[in-house]
Design a protein around this ligand. Structure first.
Ligand SMILES: Nc1ncnc2c1ncn2[C@@H]1O[C@H](COP(=O)(O)OP(=O)(O)OP(=O)(O)O)[C@@H](O)[C@H]1O
Ligand SMILES: [Mg+2]
Length: 118
């Protein structure tokens, strides 16, 4: 059997703006932006062989959707390596898209369906 999915030490970080409150805060944000780093995926590794059926579980905000986005080439990992069928997903988006199926919907904090989406 050969590994069809190979994920090695993958981390994904997002830079997000720390928004300040009110009109005064918005104006200050315009001139001096205060960013923080959110680590959405923290050093994950896995190997999946051809023919294996797997589930990927975790609480809300654990990083599941971010992982799938990296596996489908929508996002590039901050560090680490992903090989899907021997290729690097974000470098092979067209070829990758012909071979996989993925469904995304928006995650909303207010949505009661949150655990089923995103
Ligand atoms: N584009 C983004 N910019 C900033 N932070 C993000 C972004 N996407 C995800 N995050 C943050 O990264 C973390 C992981 O999010 P992710 O959506 O991958 O989790 P999840 O396991 O799919 O959660 P859920 O079960 O709610 O769908 C969360 O803290 C989320 O707020
Ligand atoms: Mg999700």
């Amino acid at each position: 059997m050969s590994a069809i999915i190979e994920i090695k030490n993958v981390t994904k970080e997002f830079k997000v703006l720390n928004r300040r409150e009110g009109l005064k805060g918005s104006l200050r944000d315009l001139f001096s932006r205060d960013y923080k780093t959110v680590r959405a995926v923290d050093n994950i590794s896995m190997t999946i062989e051809q023919g294996e059926i797997v589930g990927y579980l975790g609480p809300n905000g654990a990083g599941k959707s971010t992982t799938i986005k990296m596996m489908t080439g929508v996002l590039e990992p901050t560090s680490g390596e992903i090989l899907i069928g021997g290729g690097v997903p974000y470098q092979n988006r067209t070829k990758n898209a012909q071979e996989i199926g993925v469904v995304f919907s928006r995650t909303s904090i207010r949505s009661p369906m949150r655990t089923m989406r995103g």
